[in-house]
Design a binder for this molecule. Structure first.
Ligand SMILES: Nc1ncnc2c1ncn2[C@@H]1O[C@H](COP(=O)(O)OP(=O)(O)OP(=O)(O)O)[C@@H](O)[C@H]1O
Ligand SMILES: [Mg+2]
Length: 602
């Protein structure tokens, strides 16, 4: 049909189905006369109704046997059709547009939308469209999404476990970076499964190479790290709130001067130019020295104890090898913010950039804080750069970071994700969310996702939430959700020209997202006996909790908590002897706690 000035029959014309017997608003009823001729007018199919000089396009929402009282010759069944758009012709060209200007009249002919018209509808996704897979109605037609609308108004992939969400997301991202090479994608890879999915387009970062200096964490995030997600001690928090700004001022004051010792020791100014949240570098050693200095002036034993415990906590995480990504070079200092942003978002490179952040390789208790820092950095970079470089933050298991139940998870992480959902579009910061439990995701966040890819889902609560979130016509399509096949999906919303049921492209085995151990040594053979599997699992397990590279493990000295305290140990030792207390691990957490099993703590 495209290219012709009228609606002449084309190579594959639509098959006649019946005629309009009623029309109300955007809903038309069609008396089916063609059903005997082998046509299958099934729910979910697209139907065209010739009205005026256009073809109104809608989807069959319901079919039933006609009432005996209807009395129209040849009509044995009636279909309810939701009209969604129309194909119009002008200047010799046909095109599809959403919305209907010309409503059908009684007696207008209805037909199943033919292949050429289907092609025309999905071609309307525009020049920067992405081919996501094959339409259910006609597998020869590509289900296309509009790359600009998809990304700029956020999207979500929803479905039960194992239905193909991660594979579908891989198809979406692969298409997206080709259609929009300007966009930078950061995948928060909760299960370390995307490492192989994007080939050379992606760089993979994890515990072995991530650099996220502790001073980039804002106050709440830092507290979450120090207390491992457990409730913080208010007296200690107050000490930090007061002294972190001074540590920042001290760093700003001496960074260009060699005589730093004098400056740190100088009595802290009453007002610091920095807040505890300013992303300005400071040295953890200065912070410890400031706490130590204050402790030295105190008389009250209980208050001194708070200072001491706080120092112990900071020392413990600073020296924990699993936290090297935050504290490595912590005492060398230096403003590495541009390098951190570049590592996360590929900002300097002209090439398409996908970054996979392997969260499962980090200590479980800091994952929330890391997600929070990264989401906040994405938003703030967008804000302060006036959206200069579009960013897409993709978050798997989104319900865990942005839960509907505000008692669950880390509140600042939810706020950081919600802020992108609500305001990110203005600053070219976008979200792609994946979740198994949409009902557990913060409703304000899901309501900001203008395109939804809904896969098989059995839970009633999840389904009714989705039905309430989409238009009536799309809601009818969602009735298929419990019976969809693996890899099959219903795409609705701004990113799709029409709500569509389709099959995601089939991915080759070698790029399918699959959990992989981050700890496999290069020379480690695959397979082996059961005994080998157990031995290797234990080795990797231990390596994960000590953060040693496979190469450096050989011949490495055993961990020595006493020795590991290193330079800072002296301040602690002084504090301890002043208090007459033996060295203890901080309350509630041993110095080298094994990595906790479940990734999420709450
Ligand atoms: N597009 C696809 N191409 C090829 N195989 C697929 C595709 N979609 C799903 N599969 C098959 O289904 C399996 C599960 O898919 P996937 O891991 O994407 O599901 P999921 O919904 O992300 O699961 P989970 O909830 O556990 O994260 C895959 O390992 C693969 O075998
Ligand atoms: Mg998955």
């Amino acid at each position: 049909m495209s290219g012709s000035g009228s609606f002449e029959p084309v190579a594959d014309p639509g098959q006649r189905l019946g005629l309009v017997i009623a029309c109300r608003g955007s809903e038309a009823r069609i008396g089916l006369t063609g059903v005997d001729g082998g046509l299958r007018a099934t729910v979910g199919r697209l139907v065209g109704i010739r009205s005026g000089d256009g073809l109104a396009v809608g989807m069959i929402a319901e079919i039933r046997v006609a009432d005996a009282s209807l009395g129209i010759d040849g009509v044995r069944a009636v279909a309810r059709v939701d009209l969604m758009g129309e194909i119009v012709s002008s200047g010799g060209l046909s095109r599809f547009q959403r919305g209907v200007r010309e409503y059908p009249a009684i007696g207008d002919a209805a037909e199943i939308v033919g292949r050429d018209d289907l092609r025309l509808i999905y071609a309307s996704a525009g020049g920067r469209s992405i081919n996501l897979g094959q339409l259910h109605q006609d597998a020869l037609i590509a289900a296309r999404a509009d790359a600009d609308n998809l990304v700029s108004k956020h999207f979500a992939v929803l479905g039960s476990t194992g239905v193909g969400k991660s594979s579908g997301l891989t198809v979406i991202i692969n298409g997206l970076v080709k259609a929009r090479p300007d966009i930078r994608v950061l995948v928060l890879d909760v299960h370390n499964e995307y490492g192989r999915s994007f080939g050379r387009d992606a760089s993979v970062i994890g515990a072995h190479n991530l650099k996220l200096p502790f001073w980039l964490f804002n106050f709440e995030e830092m507290i979450d790290v120090i207390y491992g997600g457990k409730p913080a001690v208010m007296e200690e928090v107050e000490i930090l709130a007061e002294l972190i700004p001074h540590a920042k001022s001290a760093y700003a004051g001496y960074k260009n001067r060699p005589d730093r010792a004098g400056l740190v020791r100088r009595p802290a100014a009453r007002q610091s130019a920095f807040s505890a949240d300013t992303p300005a570098p400071y040295l953890i050693q200065d912070l410890l020295a400031l706490i130590d200095e204050r402790m030295g002036k105190l008389e009250n034993r209980a208050t001194r104890m708070f200072h001491h415990r706080l120092m112990m906590r900071i020392e413990a995480i600073k020296n924990d090898p699993r936290y090297a990504f935050m504290f490595e070079n912590a005492n060398v200092g230096g403003d590495t913010m541009a390098a951190v942003l570049d590592q996360l978002f590929h900002l300097e490179s002209e090439d398409a950039g996908i970054t996979i952040l392997k969260l499962a390789s980090l200590p479980g208790e800091v994952v929330d804080a890391v997600v929070c820092v990264v989401s906040r950095l994405a938003f703030e970079f967008g804000l302060w750069s006036d959206g200069g470089i579009p960013l897409l933050l993709v978050c798997e298991e989104a319900h865990r970071f942005a839960a509907a139940d505000h008692e669950v998870g880390f509140a600042p992480a939810r706020r950081a994700v919600a802020r992108i959902a609500k305001e990110g579009r203005k600053y070219s910061v976008h979200l792609g969310l994946v979740t198994q439990r949409p009902a557990e995701l913060d409703p304000t966040i899901i309501s900001q996702c203008s395109t939804l890819f809904v896969m098989r889902m059995a839970n009633d609560q999840d389904q009714s939430l989705l039905r309430s979130a989409v238009s009536d016509s799309a809601a009818n399509l969602l009735n298929f959700v419990p019976s969809l096949a693996t890899g099959e999906v219903i795409g609705v919303g701004e990113g799709m020209p029409m709500p569509a049921r389709f099959m995601f492209k089939t991915l080759p085995r070698d790029v399918l997202p699959a959990s992989e151990s981050d700890m496999r040594a290069d020379d480690e053979p695959a397979g082996g006996s059961r005994g080998d599997i157990v031995r290797r699992a234990i080795e990797r397990w231990r390596r994960a909790t000590t953060n040693q590279s496979p190469q450096s493990e050989e011949g490495a000295p055993p961990l020595d908590p006493e020795g590991a305290l290193g330079e800072g140990g002296s301040a602690v030792a002084r504090g301890l002897s002043a208090l007459g207390v033996e060295r203890l691990a901080p309350a509630g957490r041993p110095l080298h706690e094994p990595q906790s099993g479940p990734l999420f703590r709450r």
